[in-house]
Design a protein around this ligand. Structure first.
Ligand code: GDP
Length: 299
C-alpha cells in the first residue's frame, strides 16, 4: 500500500515524463536538444516563466560542467526541477494551535470534499481529534457528503440546514474549544448560486473565524485540481489575493495531470504544497516530496 500511491503517481505522470525523457534519447548535446527540451517542458505545463528559468539554469550548468552526453543533461534537468520544487515542501504543523483551524477553499470539482475526507483520516491516524464545519451551505450534496465522511470516520460534523457558512464555522470553533478538539476543518463553497461573490463569502468566514478564536483560521488551504494546466496559476492568484493562501493540496496527480504545473506554481508564487492527491481512496493523500516527485516524472 505504501508504494501503491507512488506507482499511481508515476503512472499519472508517465505520459508527461515520456515527453521530456524522449529528448535525451540518442541525442547530441546541441542547440536542437535544448529546443526540444524547452518544447517538452511547455507541453508538460511547466509554463513560460518556469520553463525559461529551467532552461537558463540547465544551459548554464551544462556549459559549466562541460556535459557532452544527453543522458547526463537529464540528471541536470532533474536537479534543476528539484531545486525549483524544494521550497514547496512543508509539513502542516498540527500542534501549532489548539484547536488548529483550517479553512479549505477550492472551486467545485477540484476534489475538496474528497481531500477533506482524506485529510481527516490522515490526522486521525496520527491521533488527532477533528471537527468538520460544513461551510458549503449552498450544496446540499456537499453537506451530505461531509456528513457521510464524518459518520464513517467517527468525526463530529457541524452543519446548519440553510445557515450562514460563517456561523457554521464560528460554532465549529467554539465546539472544538470547549471539547479541546485538535483540529477544525472548515469546508467552504466552491461556487455560489447567486451573484454573491465567492471571495467575499470566504473573507467573511475568515473574519468570523477570527472572532471565534483570535488568529483563526491558522491555515487557508486551496484544493487545486492538478490537471487544469496553466489555469491553476490564475486560480491560485485569485484565491491568494482575496484570502491569503498558506498552503495547497494539489489533487489528481495520479490521473490526467501533467505535473509540470507544480514547477510553474513554484516560480509564480511559492505557496507550500502540504499534500498531493494521488487517487480517490482515503489513503491517497501524500506529503509533497520534491525528489520523489521529480523521480516519478523523469525516471
Ligand atoms: P469537490 O467538488 O471539490 O468537493 O470535488 P470532489 O471531492 O467531489 O471530487 C471530484 C471528483 O474528483 C470525484 O470524482 C473524486 O473522486 C475525484 N478526485 C478527487 N481527488 C482525486 C485525486 O487525487 N485523484 C483522482 N484520480 N481523483 C480525485
Amino acid at each position: 500500500e505504501s508504494v501503491g500511491w507512488l506507482v499511481r503517481l508515476r503512472q499519472g505522470l508517465a505520459k508527461t515524463g515520456t515527453g521530456i525523457k524522449h529528448v535525451f534519447i540518442e541525442h547530441k548535446v546541441d542547440e536542437a536538444l535544448f529546443e526540444q527540451l524547452e518544447d517538452a517542458l511547455l507541453l508538460a505545463d511547466v509554463g513560460v516563466n518556469a520553463t525559461a528559468q529551467v532552461m537558463e539554469k540547465v544551459r548554464a550548468r551544462v556549459k559549466k560542467e562541460r556535459i557532452d552526453d544527453a543522458k547526463n543533461v537529464k540528471q541536470v534537468v532533474k536537479d534543476v526541477l528539484v531545486e525549483i520544487l524544494k521550497p514547496l515542501e512543508k509539513v502542516l504543523d498540527v500542534d501549532a494551535h489548539l484547536p488548529l483551524v483550517l479553512m479549505i477553499a477550492g472551486v467545485n470539482g477540484a476534489g475538496k470534499t474528497t481531500s477533506i475526507g482524506k485529510l481527516t483520516h490522515h490526522l486521525q491516524q496520527s491521533g488527532k481529534s477533528i471537527v468538520l464545519a460544513a461551510g458549503d451551505t449552498f450544496r446540499a450534496a456537499a453537506r451530505e457528503q461531509l456528513a457521510v465522511w464524518g459518520e464513517r470516520n467517527g468525526v463530529t460534523v457541524i452543519a446548519q440546514e440553510s445557515g450562514d457558512p460563517a456561523a457554521v464555522v464560528f460554532d465549529a470553533i467554539a465546539s472544538a474549544q470547549a471539547k479541546k478538539t485538535n483540529v477544525v476543518i472548515a469546508d467552504t463553497a466552491g461556487r455560489l448560486p447567486t451573484q454573491l461573490h465567492l471571495m467575499d463569502e470566504l473573507k467573511k468566514i475568515k473574519r468570523v473565524a477570527d472572532k471565534s478564536m483570535a488568529g483563526a483560521p491558522h491555515e487557508v488551504i486551496l484544493v487545486l485540481d492538478g490537471s487544469i494546466g496553466q489555469n491553476a496559476l490564475m486560480q491560485v492568484k485569485a484565491f491568494d489575493e482575496a484570502v491569503g493562501l498558506t498552503g495547497l493540496i494539489v489533487t489528481k496527480l495520479d490521473g490526467s495531470a501533467k505535473g509540470g504545473v507544480l514547477a510553474a506554481l513554484a516560480v509564480d508564487r511559492q505557496i507550500p504544497v502540504y499534500f498531493i492527491g494521488v487517487g480517490e481512496g482515503v489513503h491517497d493523500l501524500q506529503t509533497f516530496d520534491a525528489v520523489e516527485f521529480v523521480d516519478a516524472l523523469l525516471d
